[in-house]
Design a protein around this ligand. Structure first.
Ligand SMILES: *Cc1c(COP(=O)(O)O)cnc(C)c1O
Length: 431
């Protein structure tokens, strides 16, 4: 497409870098659990002319003219998401997962209110009450964690903390927890203390959509997710409910009618925490939700989970300490202390062999967040690329070879060449 604006020449500086990043993604093994590879049509929608449109408001209720087309796009995104998770309401405008959570907080909390979330250093997320995040600065955070011996959450302890602190909002969901959640038990706890229960399913959303993990929607009042992890869509967030309800805080309309939670959540997104929606990104979300509704995606999600089990078992068999000894979902958290290396060293060494992981705090970690004692690995991205169970065994073998030879440049180099050659068998994008 040519641009009819004089004086604009191709920005080779940026497009050369995009090509460089393209090559990086093709040559290596991507094990970052929060990443994935979107389809060409998702990228096409994300890069479309819809970026030019202002559309503050919701489909049919906008503050700008000319929204007829984007209204249809956004409505399709909403309808497909509803179909995917069997919902009655959804908002597809949050720019990211953290933004989705912030909109929920604005809808449900007043400054200083108590919230109860999963400890960040045990696998929780920054946006669930970390002191460096707005959720921990504007609200009063309390946390639950995992047990040292088992790596599992003890629901009785969650109940005890909830009973002691009486939070207004309980948050479940994590960034580095490899086991499933007892949403029914959590709802029971929330009801006992009069709290709203929020599930943030950012990581396992794609597996939940296909019924491969417990379904949070009948138990949790509100559910948020990112769209770019196992859901394999564009970078973004959404807020969902299976059942709408009148807000329990007594918030009314100007006419004195109790407002529904969906109306508070819509307002929490816009005008509460965002301005105009990114309609190009919403279009890309719609495309990804359409893909997620297919049988192909069901097969993908099943394979992600199978690959993760094999990967976790392979690490255990090689003597690694996998937190909770395995996984129910797409990821594993590995404590590297028994191997005598830090998360930082693992991340920095593996990248020299074109294997990408992220260093990660492990439960009861003494190291700092910049060093860490662990690493997090996931199967979502490489399963998109076509890797199966036996391939993941080979991947773990290569990871182990690099880590056990972290001071041997020749070995690392040979693994890198092996990987670059192997990855040619798994093309990603058409050029
Ligand atoms: C990734 C993640 C988020 C944040 O998503 P962003 O799009 O990076 O803001 C929120 N919550 C959980 C549990 C996550 O894993």
């Amino acid at each position: 497409m040519s641009i009819n604006q004089s004086g604009i020449s191709r920005d080779t500086q940026i497009f050369d870098l995009i090509q460089k990043e393209h090559n990086r993604q093709l040559h290596g093994i991507e094990l970052i659990a929060s990443e994935n590879f979107v389809s060409p049509q998702v990228m096409e929608a994300a890069g479309s002319i819809l970026t030019n449109k202002y559309a503050e408001g919701l489909p049919g209720k906008r503050y700008y003219g000319g929204c007829e087309v984007v209204d249809e796009v956004e409505q399709i995104a909403i309808d497909r998401l509803k179909a995917l998770f069997n919902l009655t309401w959804a908002n597809v405008q949050p720019h990211s997962g953290a933004q989705a959570n912030m909109a929920v907080f604005l809808a449900c909390l007043n400054p200083g209110d108590k919230i109860l979330g999963f400890n960040l250093s045990h696998g929780g997320h920054l946006s669930h009450g970390s002191p460096v995040n707005i959720s921990g600065k504007y609200f009063q955070p309390f946390f639950y964690g995992v047990e040292k011996e088992t790596g599992l959450i003890d629901w009785d302890k969650v109940e005890a903390t909830a009973a002691a602190e009486k939070p207004r909002l309980i948050i479940c969901g994590a960034s580095a927890y490899s086991r499933d959640w007892d949403y029914a038990r959590l709802r029971n706890i929330a009801d006992k203390v009069g709290a709203i229960l929020l599930a943030d399913i950012s990581h396992p959303a794609g597996l939940i959509a296909k019924g491969l993990l417990n379904d949070p929607f009948d138990h949790c009042h509100i559910v948020t997710t990112t769209t770019h992890k196992t859901l394999r869509g564009t970078r973004g967030g959404v807020i969902m409910m299976r059942n709408d309800f009148e807000n329990p805080f007594g918030i009314t309309t100007a006419k004195g009618k109790v407002r529904t939670m969906s109306s508070l959540l819509d307002s929490g997104v816009f005008p509460g925490t965002q301005g105009g929606p990114l309609e190009h990104i919403i279009a890309a979300k719609a495309v990804a939700f359409g893909e997620a509704l297919t049988d192909d995606f069901t097969n993908y999600a099943v394979q992600v989970q199978k690959n993760a089990k094999v990967m976790a078992d392979a690490f255990v068999n090689k003597g690694y300490k996998v937190i909770s000894n395995g996984t129910d979902n797409h990821l594993a958290l590995i404590d590297l202390r028994p191997k005598g290396i830090t998360g930082k060293l693992a991340e920095n060494t593996l990248i020299q062999a074109d294997i990408t992981v992220n260093k990660n705090m492990v439960p009861f970690d003494e190291a700092t967040a910049m060093t860490t004692s662990g690493m997090r690995v996931g199967t979502a991205a490489m399963t998109t690329r076509g890797l199966k169970e036996n391939d993941f065994e080979r991947v773990v073998g290569l990871v182990d070879k690099v880590l056990t030879n972290h001071d041997n440049e020749a070995v690392i180099k040979s693994v890198k060449s092996e990987i670059n050659e192997w990855m040619k068998d798994f093309p990603l994008f058409q050029n």
